[in-house]
Design a protein around this ligand. Structure first.
Ligand code: CA
Ligand code: CA
Ligand code: CA
Length: 221
């Protein structure tokens, strides 16, 4: 064991106790995680804060810190989607991610029920937050998620056709826009359409790797 100064040991012990106490007091809010998992997520949150800021002076993650984690840990790379993920996590809309927003968001990403994921994805795609995925939003996201293709293949006609096909499949009440009910109904029928307008959830392999790293390794620190 490397020699540790009594001060440092004391501090980490205090810190450990604080984290435990905090986990005790908040873990009931998060039904998908047990107490020790909440503890690990608090530790990870603190590590990210310390890494990004070089100190614990900050208590919330800012947009760039957060998006960096989403890219690095979950492979969510598309810029517009990253921006939306940030907004969906940032429930109180203060431009930063607090600890409880962090754990609540991760609870959907890692362990969310289909119903929770449907809500999450709908909110991601509802850019202007008017409770509908309108045709403008569809075009925006479809263009975005297809932008790996050569640009000339993406004619306005092509996009229009794509929107038409999408509406045919998803717009159950035929009013030309997707309400939450349209979206939910579609996804319940065909789960693959959950991320119809762009990848905004980590895949199973990524989740497994993240959970292994965070819940097993961080637990022992
Ligand atoms: Ca916030
Ligand atoms: Ca909208
Ligand atoms: Ca509709």
């Amino acid at each position: 064991m490397p020699p540790e100064s009594p001060g440092m040991l004391e501090m980490s012990r205090t810190e450990r106790k604080d984290i435990k106490r905090l986990a005790d007091s908040i873990s009931e809010q998060f039904k998908h995680f047990d107490k020790s998992e909440v503890e690990s997520l608090i530790r990870l949150f603190n590590i990210i804060l310390a890494e990004q800021r070089g100190s614990h002076a900050e208590t919330k993650l800012d947009r760039l810190d957060f998006q960096h984690v989403m890219q690095k840990s979950f492979g969510i790379t598309e810029e517009t989607i990253l921006e939306r993920v940030f907004h969906v996590f940032d429930k109180d809309n203060d431009g930063q991610i607090s600890l409880t927003e962090w754990i609540a968001g991760l609870s959907v990403l890692l362990r969310g029920t289909l119903e929770e994921k449907i809500k999450y994805c709908f909110n991601i795609y509802d850019l202007n937050e008017d409770e509908y995925i309108g045709q403008g939003e569809m075009i925006f996201f479809l263009k975005n998620s297809l932008n790996v293709e050569p640009k000339e293949q993406l004619t306005d006609e092509g996009i229009k056709d794509l929107v038409e096909i999408t509406l045919k499949k998803m717009d159950h009440d035929h009013d030309g826009t997707l309400s939450f009910i349209d979206f939910e109904k579609t996804v319940l029928e065909e789960h693959l359409l959950l991320e119809a307008f762009g990848t905004c959830l980590p895949d199973a392999k990524t989740i497994l790797a993240f959970e292994k790293r965070v819940f097993q390794v961080l637990m022992d620190r």
